[in-house]
Design a binder for this molecule. Structure first.
Ligand code: PBG
Length: 323
């Protein structure tokens, strides 16, 4: 008996395959994360992330202009300060590295691309945690919220269209929304890192931001074993006013991404993190994987799982391939 149903009919030619392709990846869905280092006089390569650099103010402006010209959806800024303290005061200081960079980038690209800022203290604290520590050395949730609120307002005043609270403090979206409204910024949005896992895949990022962290983030980021908990985190962020919710990392959490997309009526983002980038680049460097096919397959799978937006260090390159 020969089969009557022949799925292969729809794979016979390139035109046929294009006709029935279910998932798109286009430049406007991609967001480029970038690092800017205070006082840098030339762009500094990040050894564990080949092709990614810590920018100077000037090279960041150029990168932002290129991202806008390439039609990317957005650019997410991370600051690497020259000095740090216990309270991460450089994150609130209008003259701090990140706020200065936000002003530079906004002056360069205006509203041509969505400018996002990492709203978190880990880059700015001398202990490397995402929040303030109490007397016993634990991350103090509620004391941290006050600082996040000030930081978000400073970032919007510097030029961010969206703030991205990534510290996984309970209540962070609500206090930031209230602070932005009170400061006269009702149109500034919140990209909430809703389901952010305590992941080994952030390893190379710690190099990228010269992280001071000793220890781990297990008391605030999610356990990789938990999927249901991501729905609870997402529901809370939505109730507190998140404009976009995000799952992070992406590739090891595609099931979480799918279920978040199913319960959410706001856009869903996924962050393809540093370790996801580095492991592919390492295999490519050995000739073990085809770079372009692998990268596009990862991005397609993240979109297929339910992400409307993808933060990826390959955003510029992928945009070039996706004409
Ligand atoms: C926290 C933050 C981290 C990343 C983005 N925001 C690090 C962490 O939570 O330890 C990781 C991004 C990546 O690995 O690419 N500010």
């Amino acid at each position: 008996m020969y089969p009557t149903s022949r799925p292969r009919r729809l794979r016979t030619t390139a035109a046929m395959r294009r006709l029935v392709s279910e998932t798109t990846v286009v430049a406007r869905q991609l967001v480029l994360p970038v690092f800017v280092k205070q006082g840098a006089t030339e762009a500094i390569p990040i050894p564990s992330m080949p092709g990614v650099v810590q920018h100077t103010r000037d090279s960041l402006r150029k990168a932002a202009a290129e991202a806008a010209a390439a039609g990317l959806g957005g650019i997410m800024l991370f600051g690497v300060p020259a000095t740090r303290d216990a309270t991460g005061s450089g994150g609130i200081d209008p003259e701090g590295v990140l706020n200065t960079a936000l002003r530079d980038v906004r002056a360069e690209v205006g509203d041509d691309i969505v400018i996002m800022a990492d709203t978190c203290l880990d880059e700015f604290t001398d202990h490397g945690h995402c929040g303030l520590l109490d007397a016993t050395g634990r991350v103090d949730n509620d004391a941290t919220l006050t600082v996040y609120a000030q930081m978000a307002v400073a970032q919007v005043q510097a030029g961010a269209h969206l703030v991205g609270p990534s510290g996984m403090m309970d209540g962070q979206v609500g206090v930031i929304r209230a602070a932005l409204d009170a400061a006269g910024h009702p149109d500034a949005g919140i990209l909430a890192y809703s389901a952010k896992y305590a992941s080994a895949f952030y390893g190379p990022f710690r190099d990228a931001v010269d992280s001071q962290l000793r220890g781990d983030r297990l008391t605030y980021q999610q356990d990789p074993a938990n999927a249901r908990e991501a729905l609870r985190e997402t529901a809370l962020d939505l109730a507190e006013g998140a404009d976009i919710v995000m799952v992070k990392p992406a590739m090891s959490y595609l099931d979480v991404l799918r279920s978040v997309a199913e319960i959410t009526d706001v856009p869903v983002a996924a962050y393809q993190v540093s370790g996801e980038y580095s492991m592919v680049e390492a295999a490519v460097a050995r000739g073990w994987l085809d770079r372009r096919r692998t990268v596009l397959e990862t991005l397609t799978s993240i979109r297929r799982a339910g992400a409307d937006l993808v933060l990826t260090y390959w955003a510029m390159e992928a945009a070039g391939w996706l004409h």
